[in-house]
Design a protein around this ligand. Sequence first.
Ligand code: PLP
Length: 309
Amino acid sequence: MTTSSLNGESIVFFNGELVAERDAGIPIRDRGFIYGDAVFDATRTFNGKTFRLREHINRLYNSLRYLRIDPGMTPDEMERWSLAVVNHNYPLLPAGQDMWVMQRISRGVETTEPGSVMRPTVLIESHAIPFARRASLYREGVSVVTPSVPRIPPRFVSPRAKTHNYLNLVMGDLEVQDTDPNAWAVLLDESGNLTEGRGSNIFLVKNGKVATPQGRFVLEGITRGVVMELAAGLDLPMEETDLDLFDAYTADEAFLTSTSLCICPISQVNGARVGDGSVPGPITRQLMAAFSDLAGMDYVGQYLAHLPE
Ligand code: PLP
């Protein structure tokens, strides 16, 4: 099918071809659905251009190798099909919008037929980033809460792989949002060190030094890596280290990073105001500005433009 026959309709790449999004469906016995036996990654666009797509695809292939799934496609092909989905779907978005493009690969459809071979299910889809829902975070900052549920230890399932099994992080969110629907969960590990949230890494700033939990204990966010590069470019000392609630409560500044949030200031942790309450603090502000320069657009302005009048 050519994409021109799908003018005006969102498309996805599904098992080898581009099809209308409404025509793609995951079979009921797909192992991604029945066991969470799948991996994914998500890149965002800035003004329709993907950012660090190849790095996301490299991470996707590491997740695939960790789960021993062969997608039957090279990283180059994955990149090309991802761009085909973006190039078709981006013009369908309203002005001022941008989107995620996500690759999702499961081990395939469970079968009981003797001798049958399982083939991976490969889906590449895109959807709009919810700017309006998140815009106020850039004015007021994120309220972070650490739930009682700990992050699963890395030797059980490595957090460095981005798999479809997010239940541990979802449980953290549920607990936190039952108390405060607007709070974002960041899970502690079993020793009480900060780890990450369902979709974000955390950073603290203290006495001019930027710090984030070690890469072995979290998904090594692409944005986290970008922040490290930006910190180096701005001559800001930066370390990966254990950080606990003492560090969080005594930090001067704190922020979350993720593909869609980019860098978003944190205003409080478990109800304790971060630093002097400036949102963002001076170093976070510097990093946010450097991020916008790198992305080639004012991403904060894009969020704030979605605030209600
Ligand atoms: N941690 C988890 C568990 C995630 O799912 C994500 C999102 O992908 C992140 C951190 C942030 O990573 P990135 O900056 O690549 O979006």
